[in-house]
Design a protein around this ligand. Structure first.
Ligand SMILES: *Cc1c(COP(=O)(O)O)cnc(C)c1O
Length: 368
């Protein structure tokens, strides 16, 4: 049975192969007589799953050895509190506001430290990226927060800023929830990266944190122990029960990612090539059309989340109903932006984007 194409922003589509493997292993994982859900997190079997997941992720994202990989809970939103609790030392922190998610991060951090706005694209309705050279980073900033892909506004940072070149020694914190593993990460420019798993890595419930070792051990006294990065790191993500099944599913996704090729490219590099091709196809169609529009500046359009509008918004409901009938699901835009949004994460094949463009073309023609 062909499944419909699911353009949900998250929780989002997962690779069918991963779901099939999980289904096949549901009642009896590798002869253990148990589902992964039923295993002790301290047992040898789950230990094997956790270690493989970390090793595969490190390989896929080329994580340097002086970074720790933490499997946490609470989602991206909890990290908005956990990061300042761990890194701010209660002092000043600078935020680059590029859309809804960084705005939320700023607001939450203000509860714990002196969070300031270093730059904002609010007057441009979150459609362009402030040039790093214009950011006001204080000499006292304990870190600089940047959302490297704004899921709601469709704004992606295609080259991480080099804060050292901007005269700052502060570590860069990125929220890479919605484009993790869609492209390589330049770790030389990053101090900490966090992301919920439910966009590109697996089911909800798991939060990935990759943090430079020297940033551990500075948590505020009020930081809950389960959210103190040093405690989590010292206990190899097992200070308390980790989200075992979500880690297992992410681990299967990592194995799937490692199998992907595109010409000579493998793994995340192969995904990046495919993601570029998918994004070019969709933006290319939108841009040549007089019927649809995307308002984000060309140099920061997201490869993962493509918000677009019908110029005649009275056709929105008809567009969505027709899309559903054509097996193209969850295209409605976020309520704060309106219009449509197609999220085309790693698990969306180019065929799904081709089907979407074919539908958009046909809908445009029937409206003429
Ligand atoms: C989805 C998302 C989040 C929120 O994650 P939760 O798991 O719902 O807390 C945070 N940041 C970005 C960029 C996201 O896309």
């Amino acid at each position: 049975m062909a499944r419909p194409y699911n353009f949900s922003a998250g929780p989002a589509a997962m690779p069918a192969e991963v779901l099939q493997q999980a289904a096949a292993e549901m009642l009896d994982w590798h002869g253990s007589g148990m589902s992964v859900m039923e295993m002790s997190h301290r047992g040898q079997d789950f230990g094997t799953i956790l270690e493989a997941a970390e090793a595969d992720l490190r390989e896929l994202l080329a994580v340097p050895s002086h970074f720790r990989v933490l499997f946490m809970q609470g989602g991206g939103l909890a990290e908005n509190a956990i990061v300042p609790l761990n890194l701010s030392r209660g002092q000043a922190v600078d935020f680059v506001v590029t859309g809804s998610w960084s705005q939320k991060s700023l607001k939450e951090a203000q509860r714990y430290c002196g969070a300031r706005v270093a730059a904002s694209n609010e007057t441009d309705a979150h459609t362009r990226l402030p040039e790093p050279a214009t950011w006001h980073i204080g000499a006292d900033a304990q870190y600089v927060h940047l959302c490297s892909n704004e899921t709601i506004n469709g704004v992606e940072v295609h080259e991480l800023p080099d804060l050292k070149a901007l005269g700052s020694d502060a570590p860069l914190v990125i929220d890479f929830s919605s484009h993790v593993a869609s492209r390589p990460v330049d770790w030389s420019r990053v101090g900490l990266a966090f992301g919920g798993a439910q966009k590109n890595l697996g089911p909800a419930g798991l939060t990935l944190v990759v943090v430079r070792e020297d940033l551990l051990g500075h948590a505020l006294a009020a930081c809950p122990s389960a959210f103190d990065y040093k405690t989590v790191a010292d206990n190899r993500s097992m200070y308390n029960t980790p989200p075992t099944y979500a880690i297992y599913m992410a681990g299967l996704t990592f194995q799937w990612l490692k199998r992907q090729t595109d010409g000579a490219l493998r793994g995340v590099a192969a995904m990046e090539a495919r993601n570029i091709a998918k994004a070019e196809l969709l933006y290319g169609y939108i841009d040549q059309s007089a019927f649809y529009v995307n308002k984000v500046a060309a140099n920061c359009r997201s490869r993962m989340n493509v918000p677009f509008f019908l110029r005649d918004e009275s056709r929105n409901d008809a567009f969505l109903a027709g899309a559903k009938a054509a097996s193209l699901l969850q295209l409605k835009g976020h309520k704060s932006v309106g219009g449509m949004r197609a999220s085309i994460y790693n698990a969306m094949p180019i065929e799904g984007v081709q089907a979407l463009v074919a539908y958009m073309r046909q809908f445009e023609q029937t409206q003429a």
